[in-house]
Design a protein around this ligand. Structure first.
Ligand code: SF4
Length: 64
């Protein structure tokens, strides 16, 4: 699993951090998403797919 985030689309909603806190964080200054792990282990795949599904800006892409 490879993850790509689009910082230009991100609206700093933080839903991804709630869904997958091991993979996503937010910048302190403006809340824009920070990708902690672009190749997360399989055990986190469900969390990551959930994060992508709930992101209101569709800023998270998953490339298998
Ligand atoms: S859920 Fe989407 S819009 Fe919100 S911080 Fe994460 S990437 Fe950005």
């Amino acid at each position: 699993m490879k993850i790509v985030v689009d910082e230009e689309k991100c609206v700093a909603a933080g839903q991804c951090v709630v869904a997958a806190p091991d993979v996503f964080d937010q910048r302190d200054e403006d809340g824009i998403v920070v990708l902690l792990d672009e190749n997360p282990p399989p055990r986190l795949a469900g969390d990551v797919r959930q994060a992508a599904a709930v992101c209101p800006a569709l800023a998270i892409s998953i490339e298998d």
